[in-house]
Write a protein that binds this ligand. Structure first.
Ligand SMILES: *[C@@H]1O[C@H](CO)[C@@H](O)[C@H](O)[C@H]1NC(C)=O
Length: 632
């Protein structure tokens, strides 16, 4: 993503073609974007040359020197200046170097929710030249062990509320000689050490840069997990160069040094961590951190903390639009109504996945906010930014961009699940206004770092012999469309993943869990559309073992204990046999289209009622969902 900005050297040449097309209605925005990206590219080039390279941590330390008393992090009722944040992280770094003997190049897995210590821990690890692996705090047991082992971490640090989840996998961790810490003052479990007490006792003097003397742009800075198209989560390797590129998104979106950003998405995701936190450090601004998203508190927080920049993923904006419209104010003498929707200082929203209808509604209701929609996979080497603010587009093509990162939309066969090839065996670029699979050339300037310890999945994202024999492209897995003005639109995501509540759900992983339920012989998991909801909700078609009935209690217990709520199949369909393709791949498309309407489907259907379990699906439930009386 944003790799185009490496085009520094072309800066001089860049503006000429733009001047030729001054008739273009977006002329000034295009020029502005070009200048910004060139500026970024020049800076990046300079950062790269230092030894050790100038990393986002160095940027933070420069801010500490320049504006020590500026607020850096605000969380609930506490706030920390840049200087305090620096000191807090020095203490953590010292405690870890003393008690875990961490050294440059080691990896440490962080397993905790959004709170200031998340930030101190990461800064501390950066100061020690270590890589942080950001585990999703919703994962448990087998998935947790998998994520932990694919980054080859030596140390696990967990939040106190996740002690149970850690204890569950402790024997396995101990077998691998992993050192386990918990962020509390003491710990009575053998094999888990307390960390908070050690941090308190540590000194807060700065750490020597020698500790990270060998870190360069290609060194891994972070592992961020993505649920890919198949199986268990994969650890995308984020090196220091990519960390910078993602951080510059705020600059492109027009964030200024006096802005205040609200970070409420989970820090283990790239949106919050890279675009939010690291972007804020790049800009030297204040971060208002929140533990979790709350639609009802969102604007109150924005007002309370004077937030000017917000982030979103598509569904969030819809949740905000769905909150009740009128606030009631009770004064001493009378009750009067006032709508305070536009009473805030938010001026920019940065994110991805907002639907066109939500976009328009959002602007109408919450006022003139510049929505900067972006596109880019955590591990991808291509991205787009809709710097114009065109409703519905995920980005705009820019010739500079295309020069820096050659990409193309190619024709794709959704049934065969592969790109269409011509008689010579090459892929076919689609015309403007036509949907195609986004692929981006993998090269020196646009590398694809792949997934840690997962050669197979890394290879799967590569596409060879695309336009000439021997070329190599990154397969984004996304179907896009580009219109005649160069606006880019998201169409669909291919493969075995669906998105629900902003999370990618890997169907095979869910199926694996269903197969552990005693009565289940085969499971086919897919996502179905629900009227009025974005994304697709999980549904499973099951074949039961002979002479066995569906055990709703066992199925519910298992699903509840092993899967995060967004991944749990909300509907279950019992079939006599599951259809497969000629290559023994499960057919999902037809099932997904058939959906969950009992009037259409003859097979037995079940519905997962929140906090209760699987109950028989009825027409009444279906109607309530279809009419929006039941929200999923
Ligand atoms: C927010 O801004 C107002 C007006 O500029 C100021 O009075 C107030 O103290 C600010 N609040 C915070 C939490 O900084």
């Amino acid at each position: 993503m944003l790799v185009s900005i490496l085009l520094a050297t072309l800066a001089g040449l860049a503006l000429a073609p733009l001047l030729l097309c001054w008739r273009n209605p977006h002329f000034f925005d295009d020029v502005n974007y070009a200048l910004t990206t060139i500026q970024i590219a020049l800076r990046l080039n300079k950062f790269k040359k230092g030894k050790p390279c100038y990393s986002i941590l160095d940027r933070f330390l420069d801010s500490v020197a320049r504006q020590p008393d500026k607020q850096f992090l605000v969380f609930e009722d506490s706030s920390y200046t840049y200087r305090q944040a620096d000191q807090e992280s020095n203490k953590v770094a010292r405690a870890l170097s003393q008690h875990a003997a961490l050294k440059e190049g080691d990896t440490v897995a962080l397993f905790l929710g959004n709170e200031p210590r998340f930030v101190w821990l990461w800064l501390a690890l950066a100061k020690l030249g270590c890589t942080a692996s950001l585990l999703n705090y919703n994962i448990r047991s087998k998935s947790l062990l998998h994520c932990f082992s694919c980054c080859e971490a030596r140390v696990l640090i967990a939040g106190p509320d996740l002690k149970g989840a850690v204890e569950e996998v402790l024997p396995s961790l101990k077998q691998q000689c992993i050192q386990v810490f918990i962020l509390s003052e003491n710990c009575d479990v053998e094999g888990i050490e307390s960390l908070s007490d050690k941090i308190q006792q540590a000194g807060d003097q700065p750490l020597s840069r020698h500790l990270r003397a060998n870190i360069n742009f290609k060194s891994p800075a972070l592992y961020i997990y993505t649920s890919g198209t198949t199986g268990l989560p994969k650890a995308a390797v984020i090196n220091h160069e990519r960390l910078w590129m993602a951080s510059f998104l705020q600059t492109i979106a027009g964030v200024r040094s006096d802005d205040i950003i609200y970070v409420y998405l989970p820090l283990y995701h790239s949106s919050a961590f890279l675009m939010g936190l690291c972007g804020a450090i790049e800009r030297g601004i204040t971060v208002v951190l929140r533990r979790k998203f709350s639609a009802s508190q969102f604007w109150n927080d924005c007002r309370k903390y004077n937030v000017t920049i917000i982030q979103y993923i598509g569904e969030i904006m819809r949740y905000l639009c769905n909150t009740p419209k009128v606030n009631l104010f009770f004064t001493l003498h009378k009750t009067h109504k006032r709508d305070n929707d536009k009473d805030h200082k938010v001026r920019v929203a940065l994110g991805n996945g907002i639907r066109a209808d939500t976009w328009a509604e959002f602007l109408q209701r919450f006022g003139d906010i510049h929505i900067c929609e972006c596109y880019g996979a955590t591990e991808g080497n291509v991205g787009f930014v809709n710097y114009i603010g065109k409703i519905g587009a995920i980005g705009k093509e820019h010739f500079l961009h295309k020069m820096g990162c050659p990409y193309a939309l190619i024709r794709y066969d959704t049934e065969k699940e592969e790109p269409v090839r011509d008689s010579r065996g090459f892929c076919i670029e689609v015309a403007k206004e036509e949907t195609g699979l986004l692929v981006a050339k993998i090269g020196e300037r646009t590398p694809f770092s792949g997934y840690a310890k997962n050669k197979q999945q890394t290879e799967k994202k590569k596409l060879r012999d695309v336009f000439v024999t021997g070329d190599l492209y990154f397969n984004s897995g996304d179907l896009l469309k580009i219109d005649s003005e160069g606006f880019v639109f998201f169409q669909d995501r291919i493969g075995d993943t669906f998105r629900w509540k902003g999370e990618n759900v890997a169907t095979t992983e869910v199926a694996d869990h269903l197969l552990m339920v005693d009565c289940v012989e085969e499971a086919n998991v897919y996502g179905v559309k629900v009227p009025g909801h974005e994304g697709r909700i999980g549904m499973a078609s099951l074949k039961l073992k002979e002479n066995m009935d569906f055990d709703s209690k066992a199925a519910y217990e298992h699903v509840k204990n092993s899967l995060p709520s967004y991944a749990r199949p909300r509907f279950i369909r019992i079939q006599d046999s599951l259809t497969v393709t000629g290559t023994f791949k499960q057919m999902k498309m037809n099932l997904a289209e058939e959906g969950f309407n009992p009037a259409v489907i003859r097979d037995p259907l079940l519905y997962l009622e929140e906090n209760k379990g699987y109950i028989p699906m009825t027409q009444e439930i279906f109607n309530s969902i279809a009419e929006g009386r039941i929200r999923l």
